[in-house]
Write a protein that binds this ligand. Structure first.
Ligand code: ADP
Length: 600
């Protein structure tokens, strides 16, 4: 996970920020939901109450209207006309039927119907407002139990009208019917009442229970898209132009009407939304403050940790030079104590290291002194051994030459063995002295031509090359190197001599000398077709007296390669071998290139 790669300094504020976001988010959402639910519940109760109240008010109004029409129907003029219609009574009856005062604004037509349901008389504008079927429907209803009733709303153009009817009672019988057509209007006073009841955002509608005509009491409106008649609970639907609304409907008693109260859902949840916005703002502030606090805390924690880490890394890399104390004055918490303990530990380690270095230096000096003494001792012993050895060889040789004829075979053989052993020992002493020389001498270095040195070395080996019929190929243009001429020639002689010597009997030695230059160094290869060397012996053969074969097969003292390695070290170079048994050997020496040597 990507978070794992982050530093604690970033991780800690991120973690605290995430927790803060989660907590404020969950808390805000829960609070918003609760607010929204409680606002919805409140508005639902209010919607139902308002619908109930308005339905009751309408019923009361209906009763009043019916009573007014009943009193007109019961007037003597109307009754007389209903029983005996005639032109002589017409004017007086019309006068009774015609609305007066305030009524005149709302009553747009009045009709008098006979008992057998014919229209006898009409005032106002029945042609425009009345509808024969609607009137007949109401009259039909009045033929039943009720002596007065209101009919369904009708849309006439933009206006909504409804009929109010009453029986014309003569001797306890219905002798006709008065039907008054009223237009729906909402006076400023009733408008104020309505808005007091439901608030400015709510809307009130009345309509037919048949759901065909609806009005907001000023003009016709669309019917609600759901069945409001049979809905018990609060309704929720989309009203064109308003959006989603919550609504409650009530049947108005003793009428074919419904009352519907709607409230926009957005307005209901607006306080909850406002609350959520405030909470989000507060949450944002808490988050910013929390993040800053977390960042500051993280810094106080991680800064000493970072100092400790750098110091620990410096100690791990063995660098004590730049190390400063990491403990902060006056800080006594866990980190302060850790830093103080770290400083003490570093001081201990530094002291111990210094003591150790001094001890190593002293021991090295001691060892070097001993080594020098030993080398001097070996050199003088070797040197001193030489003259008695040469005397032994010389006298043995003289014994063979002067008294050989007087010795028997065994005596001569012994004398010859003494000569051979003395010569071998002489060679050994020579080699030891050469090794000692390489170890002790001051090897002043200079650039030199490698080609010339190889040639000189081969000249020294000329006899052996001829005897063994060796074929030696030296690559042209060997580069210049920096070294000590005599020592480097000795190294080349040793390597070339070995490459001619360690070849299976009967096989003519084939040797190739080539060089590689890389990054200011020259590597010279001496490659042969000899018997090869197993990898486990590659290091060993460079040590003094290490030989892999008995002297009877391949004569030697085991010092040649030791001289090579020591000489290369002394000249600032290296030596090595790549080989496998039976596949020849490729010895190499490496020295600084001649061109890079400072021209001093
Ligand atoms: P020496 O030649 O006197 O025996 P060196 O120190 O020169 O001693 O070599 C050590 C040993 O390394 C040799 O005895 C031989 O076993 C092995 N050696 C050296 N050069 C070669 C070579 N070119 N091929 C195979 N073996 C070698």
């Amino acid at each position: 996970m990507a978070l794992r790669g982050l530093s604690i300094q970033v991780k800690l504020p991120l973690l605290i920020g995430a927790v803060l976001v989660a907590v404020t988010g969950i808390y805000s959402w829960a609070a918003y939901q609760t607010m929204q639910r409680s606002a919805s519940t409140t508005i639902m109760v209010r919607l139902r109450t308002v619908a109930d109240q308005y339905a009751q008010a309408l019923t009361t109004q209906r009763d009043q209207l019916v009573a007014a029409v009943q009193s007109i129907a019961a007037s003597p003029a109307v009754r007389a006309y209903a029983v005996h219609p005639g032109a002589s009574r017409q004017a007086s009856t019309e006068a009774v039927l015609r609305p007066s005062g305030l009524q005149a604004e709302q009553v747009v037509a009045v009709e008098l119907w006979s008992a057998d349901r014919r229209r006898l008389l009409a005032v106002g504008d029945p042609a425009r407002w009345s509808n024969a079927t609607a009137a007949a429907e109401l009259v039909q209803e009045l033929g039943g139990a009720d002596s007065g009733a209101v009919g369904r709303f009708r849309a006439v153009g933009d206006s909504i009208v409804y009929p109010v009817g009453a029986r014309v009672p003569v001797d306890g019988q219905a002798r006709g019917y008065v039907v008054q057509w009223r237009v729906v209007t909402l006076s400023p006073k009733s408008r104020e009442q309505v808005s007091r009841l439901i608030g400015s955002d709510g809307r009130l509608f009345v309509g037919n229970a048949a759901n065909d005509v609806w009005t907001d009491l000023s003009r016709r409106v669309e019917a609600p898209p759901v069945d409001v008649v049979h809905a018990d609970s609060v309704l929720r639907y989309e009203r064109a132009g308003t959006g989603v609304v919550l609504a409650a409907a009530r049947v108005t008693g003793r009428t074919p009407w419904l009352v519907l109260v709607e409230f926009p859902r957005d307005v209901v949840i607006a306080p909850a939304l406002l609350f959520l916005r405030r909470l989000t703002l507060i949450g944002g502030v808490i988050l910013v403050v929390g993040l800053l606090a977390a960042w500051a805390t993280s810094l106080t924690l991680t800064q000493p940790l970072a100092r400790l880490t750098h110091a620990a890394e410096a100690v791990a890399a063995g660098d004590y030079s730049q190390l400063r104390p990491v403990a902060v004055q006056g800080r006594s918490d866990e980190l302060g104590r850790l830093a103080a303990a770290f400083d003490i530990m570093v001081a201990h380690v530094r002291n111990a290291r210094q003591r150790l270095e001094e001890r190593v230096r002293a021991r090295t000096r001691e060892l070097e002194d001993r080594n020098q003494e030993l080398e001097a001792f070996a050199y003088s012993i070797s040197h001193d051994l030489r003259s008695p050895l040469r005397a032994m060889e010389g006298f043995s040789q003289a014994l063979i030459e002067d008294y050989g004829d007087r010795l028997d075979d065994a005596g001569r053989d012994h004398a010859e063995r003494v000569v051979k052993a003395a010569r071998r020992m002489d060679q050994l002493i020579d080699d030891l002295l050469a090794y000692s020389q390489v170890t002790r001498a001051d090897l002043a270095r200079a650039p030199m031509d490698l080609q010339r040195l190889v040639r000189a070395a081969l000249e020294q080996l000329d006899g052996e090359v001829r005897t063994r019929q060796a074929r030696i190929v030296v690559e042209d243009g060997l580069p210049a190197v920096v070294g000590h001429e005599a020592t480097l020639t000795q190294v080349l002689v040793n390597l070339l001599a070995n490459s001619i010597k360690f070849v299976s009997s009967g096989l003519a030695p084939e040797v190739r000398v080539r060089a590689e230059s890389r990054e200011g160094r020259v590597r010279l290869w001496v490659e042969d077709n000899g018997i090869g060397i197993a990898p486990e012996h590659h290091e060993r053969i460079f040590r003094v007296f290490e030989r892999l074969h008995p002297a009877t097969n391949y004569p030697g003292t085991g010092i040649g390669l030791a001289i090579v390695r020591k000489a290369m070290q002394r000249m600032g170079g290296r030596a090595g071998v790549e080989s496998e048994p039976g596949r020849g050997s490729r010895f190499w020496i490496e020295l600084p290139a001649g061109a890079t040597f400072p021209a001093s």
